[in-house]
Structures are given as C-alpha cells and as structure tokens.
Design a protein around this ligand. Structure first.
Ligand code: NAD
Ligand code: GLY
Length: 363
C-alpha cells in the first residue's frame, strides 16, 4: 500500500492506495479508526455497492455504533431530496457532532455524503472509500462536495475536505467497462494538464490499461492523485490554478446539460470536451500541431467517445457553456493547453474561433 498526503495545514489528510484493503478487516479497521474520533459512524452507500463491499467495511467497524444509509443509485439521487432524507436519518439515529460519515461508492455517493458532512450540525468528519475509477482519481480527493439543482449540476455545495481517502484498486474488478473507461478520461486529463511524461506513459500502456493490469492501475491512480493533491494544495477553493482540473469540462458540462444527463456518462462527455478543448487550443495558441490527434487516438483506444452521436445547436452549446462556474462577471473563461502537460485558464480567446470549433463539432 502507498500513502500520499494532501497538504492543507490543519485540514491535511492521507490518501491510501493499494489492493486487498477491503478484504483485510484488521488493516481496514486500523486505517479507519485513526480517522474516527467518536463512537458513532454512518455508512453512506447505495444498494449495489453495499451488496458488493458493504459487509467488508461494516466488519472493519466492529468497535463502533454503525448506521447504514442506503441512497438511490445514479446522478438523479445526488439531490436535495436525498440530502433531506440523509439529514432526517442522522437526526433520527441521534448522530452528534463527533459522528463520522463514511462514503462508500462512486462520485455520486461521495459528493452527497461530503455535502451532508459539510452541513450537518455545521460540519462533521467524513471519510471517502471510492469504488469507481472516476471517484478514486478525482471526486474523492480535494473536498468539493455538492448536490444538483434542477437548473444545474453541482449548484449547491461546499468545500469540505475528508479526513482520509482509502482506495482499494480491487474494487475496479466489478466496475462495468463503460464506467471504467469514463474514469480513464479523467486520468488522461491529468497527463494533458500537468505531466507530458505521464501522458506518454498512458499512450505506451493502453493495452495494460484496457486489461486493468494491477501494477499499471496502481501507478496511474497514484500519479493522478498526486497531481490532483498538488493542485488542490496550491488553490483549495479554486481562486486560480485549480480551474485547470476542469480541462474539457466547460464543453462537457454543456454537452451533459443539452443531452439531458442520460446519454453520456460524465467521463464520456469530458472525453469529447477534451477533444474540443485541445482542437481549440491547437488552433489558438502554441499547442503543437498533432496534439489533438494524439489526444483523440489515446481516448479512442481507451474506449472513449471523441465525437457527438447526434448534432447539437452550436448556439445552445455556447449558451450552456456560459452557465459554467468559471464564468466571471458574464465573461466565459476556458481552460486551454499550451503543450501536452501544460494548461491554464484564460478569458482572452478568439470568440469567433470558438464558435467555428463548436459549429464543426456540434452541427
Ligand atoms: P457514480 O457514482 O454514479 O457510479 C457509477 C456507477 O457505478 C453507479 O451505478 C454505481 O452504483 C456503480 N458502482 C460504484 N462502484 C462500483 C463498483 N466497484 N463495481 C460496480 N459498480 C460500481 O458515478 P461516478 O462516475 O463515480 O461519479 C460521478 C459523479 O462524480 C458526478 O456526480 C460528478 O459530478 C461527480 N464528480 C465530483 C468531483 C469532485 O471533485 N467532487 C469530480 C468529478 C466528478
Ligand atoms: N474535479 C475538479 C476539481 O476537483 O476541482
């Protein structure tokens, strides 16, 4: 098992990454108990993940009073309704401020649990045990918590860092291929925004990635968490550099919004969005010719979409992109790449070129 730290002064926390963690009750118990200060624990999960891994976590918590909150599965349940049910549940079970919530599941469970933890009795502790690749490399780290509003995704949320993240790579063996690929999109993102060598490593190990080779998985999860931790440590509340973690996401959020959150998984929309962002960067800035092709090939080889299936209105795309949380004083800002391994946020771009790129990809 390897451990790295997210360095945020008194909010610093460890990320443990390894295999055979959940099946080793003593080891898991040792890891969890170090981060739980009281006797009460609420395990947040959904029925699918609970059936797969719930009993392993429950067993490791034998010294605690544990209540299990099972929420519905899917993005639709990352909602104020579920939030309300969770608060009722904690109150009914008389959880006090020393309680610790544990999120066992993908990003939906993690984001909802984190937001409940951020707000219940003005804030309680929580631990992340992410079970999807996307949650292991992205959503469980960094303290962004949220629920959705009918008018927009993640519109109600808070920054609230977990006390610990425990990543068991073995959870990925039960993950459906499409969900696994969606997580790989975020892994590719780290290569594009921060580490050219890592991008080349992914290119070299495409087959190992498709085969879920355990050693390669351990390396890519570790490197992804390292990059995310460094960015978060530099800019916890996204006043600047953290925005680079949203490479391709302004396009992706608009695609998800216009296609109704059902057609594409988040990681799939990010894959298409990164192709658009890379093409736009290649045509606008110094990104060398050929970068888009490399990005496209890698994403495609990893089983990800690189284009829309049905046309969308470019005009509506542009409007939906304006809803992005990075928009400041009505000015759309985009994350662009200057090289593979280097990205930045800018409001200074050619709006006509953006429209042209959107027309090409959408219509
Ligand atoms: P998800 O949580 O919906 O999980 C995907 C599916 O896989 C679900 O059906 C889930 O029940 C199932 N599942 C989970 N673990 C499994 C396993 N080991 N084996 C089999 N099935 C399993 O989706 P996700 O992709 O993990 O997360 C998406 C969410 O994450 C979105 O709401 C997105 O907004 C959020 N997100 C948050 C951040 C952040 O920084 N907080 C970053 C990226 C994404
Ligand atoms: N997923 C983007 C962030 O955590 O900032």
């Amino acid at each position: 098992m390897q451990t790295l730290s997210v360095n945020l002064d008194d909010r610093s926390y460890p990320i443990h990454i390894g295999s055979q963690i959940l099946c080793d009750s003593d080891r898991l118990s040792g890891l969890l108990s170090l981060a739980i200060k009281g006797k009460q624990v609420a395990l947040f999960t959904n029925s699918l993940v609970n059936n797969l891994y719930g009993s392993a976590v429950y067993q490791a918590l034998s010294g605690y009073s544990v209540d299990v909150f099972e929420m519905g599965d899917g993005e639709a349940h990352k909602s104020l309704d579920t939030y309300n049910q969770a608060i009722n549940f904690l109150m009914e079970k008389r959880h006090n401020r020393t309680t610790c919530l544990i999120a066992l599941g993908g990003g939906v469970v993690g984001d909802l649990t984190g937001f409940v933890a951020a707000t219940y009795q003005r804030g309680v502790d929580f631990i992340q045990i992410p079970t999807t690749l996307l949650a292991q490399v992205d959503s469980s780290v960094g303290g962004k918590t949220a629920v959705n509003h009918s008018r927009g995704k993640n519109m109600i949320g808070a920054f609230h860092q977990p006390k610990k993240v425990v990543i068991d790579i073995d959870c990925l063996s039960s993950l459906p291929t499409r969900q696994y690929a969606a997580g790989l999109a975020e892994v590719v993102k780290y290569g594009i925004i921060a580490d050219a060598k890592f991008f080349a490593f992914l290119e070299e190990h495409r087959q190992g990635l498709m085969d879920k080779d355990e050693q390669i998985l351990a390396q890519i999860i570790m490197r992804s968490c390292e990059i995310k931790s460094e960015v978060v440590a530099a800019d916890e509340k996204e006043s600047g550099v953290r925005a680079v973690l949203n490479y391709g996401h302004t396009f992706a959020h608009a695609i998800e919004n216009l296609t109704g959150y059902g057609e594409w998984l988040h990681g799939e929309a990010v894959s298409i969005g990164m192709v658009m962002a890379t093409d736009f960067s290649e045509r606008s800035y110094l990104l060398p010719q050929g970068a888009r092709l490399r990005v496209e090939r890698l994403l495609e080889d990893l089983g990800l979409p690189i284009a829309l299936r049905e046309p969308l209105s470019a005009e509506k795309m542009l409007q939906a992109m304006g809803m992005d949380k990075k928009t400041t004083d009505g000015q759309l800002r985009l994350v662009v790449a200057d090289a593979i391994g280097e990205a930045r946020i800018t409001g200074d771009f050619d709006a006509d070129l953006l429209k042209a790129v959107l027309s090409e990809y959408c219509e």
